[in-house]
Ligand binder design. Structure first.
Ligand code: CTP
Length: 393
């Protein structure tokens, strides 16, 4: 997706610097040529060797260092090479220097010389972020069309639970892809994606759930958005930062998910049911189950099948329905049967080992019975392969 693109990644002295290692490897996975430039403070948090190994390029910490001496006028050569300059994490100090056109180290010098678009992922203490001087500097940079991703709320290095955390590497990656690799092949399309795992209450305290983390559904939503689609993301119990530009509609149980899907299905060009929906709910659940009896009997009743219910509704002309099949045996055969029984156009078959993992091995099966077996890939890549298959329907 990013083949032929050069990304300069500036890493500054924030504790989130270690997360930038993930960003480098994700950028490399997508084919980008990544050059890491670190401030002196950043090198105290993560060793340059980590970035050198992951990026396959020398790491620039000093414009006069031996290593990059081979590059004529290194800061200009690098600045010219860049299709995008990303700084993650970006401290208040570097934001301030960039806002005032200062250049006193390799990174700020390259930033000043680079005409490429710039994407900054700030990370700092919440009060530093709210500081008036910092906010004024941000405004100055925004006026120069410099883009920002994050910061987000969460646990900070100082222990506070507040704004200031660097956006997750996946979120930053999505922005990079949107800028550099973003095709618009889903522009004008509305895609509804469900993600996560539903919870069925046993009583007001406990519930029956499953291991779904929501990663696959979120990856699909992000990829569809990056390709220009309007996305409705319905998330059941997902503990992940919202994808950029998308506000997930949060649901708890299968019945709630059914309601929200039905409310939104009419406008969708494609509905992708990546959520793991609980098949059964507890009948007559009322007050807290007490342990006194020594044992409990739970009577379960079946939940409605959401995608099968949608399949029976009249939707937008040409609407496509995509399901997932989670199987522990006879994967392809069972998935094909599910596709037929539920009235789907496409089904993605996978095993339970994909739960919570960054990568997965899936097979994409269409109604004609064609099976596309994908190798083990990051979920972001699988999401794009699924969307490619949807476009071919
Ligand atoms: N699904 C749904 N509503 C349900 C159950 C599942 O819409 N009540 C969707 C899932 O989101 C998925 C597909 O149907 O896209 C298949 O889900 P899966 O759990 O693999 O299969 P089930 O239909 O639950 O069948 P089984 O548990 O018997 O394998």
């Amino acid at each position: 997706m990013l083949k032929g693109k050069t990304v300069i990644l500036g890493v500054t002295g924030g504790i989130a610097a270690y997360k930038s290692a993930t960003l480098v490897s994700r950028l490399k996975n997508l084919g980008a040529d990544v050059w890491v430039v670190m401030t002196a403070e950043a090198t105290k948090l993560v060793g340059p060797l980590t970035f050198r190994t992951l990026s396959g390029n020398p790491v620039i910490t000093d414009l006069f260092a031996e290593e990059i001496a081979g590059l004529p006028v290194p800061h200009i050569t690098l600045a010219k090479k860049a299709d995008l300059l990303v700084i993650a994490p970006c401290t208040a100090n570097v934001i301030g220097k960039m806002a005032h056109g200062l250049a006193d180290d390799a990174l700020t010098t390259i930033a000043l010389a680079a005409t490429a678009p710039k994407l900054l992922a700030p990370a700092m203490n919440c009060e530093m972020w709210r500081n008036r001087g910092v906010q004024e500097n941000l405004k100055k940079l925004k006026d120069q069309a410099i883009k920002f991703v994050g910061p987000v709320e969460g646990k900070l290095a100082c222990g506070d639970d507040d704004i200031g955390r660097m956006a997750e590497p996946e979120t930053i990656l999505e922005e990079v892809v949107r800028w550099l690799g973003g095709s618009d092949d889903l522009k004008g399309k509305h895609i509804l994606v469900t993600a996560g795992g539903t919870r069925e209450a046993i009583d007001p305290v406990r519930y029956i759930a499953n291991h779904s983390s929501g990663k696959m559904g979120y990856a699909l939503a992000e990829a569809a958005r990056a390709r220009g689609a309007t996305v409705t993301l319905i998330a059941a119990n997902v503990d992940r930062p919202a994808p950029l530009d998308i506000k997930p509609v949060k649901v708890g149980s299968a019945a709630e998910m059914l309601g929200v899907v039905m409310d939104n299905q009419g406008k969708a060009d494609a509905i992708i049911m990546a959520a793991a929906v609980g098949d059964f709910k507890v009948k007559n659940q009322k007050s807290k189950v007490k342990k006194n009896a020594g044992k409990i009997d739970l009577e379960l009743e079946e939940n409605a099948d959401i995608i099968a219910t949608v399949a029976k509704q009249k939707g937008k002309k040409g609407r496509k329905l995509i399901g997932f099949a989670l199987e522990t045996e006879d994967l392809i055969q069972n998935a094909k049967l599910k596709m037929k029984n539920k009235g789907l156009d496409l089904i993605v078959a996978n095993g339970p080992d994909t739960f919570g993992s960054e990568q997965a091995t899936v097979s994409i099966i269409n109604q004609a019975g064609k099976v596309e077996n994908l190798p083990k890939l990051p979920k972001s890549e699988i999401a794009n392969r699924i969307l490619d298959a949807v476009l071919r329907l």
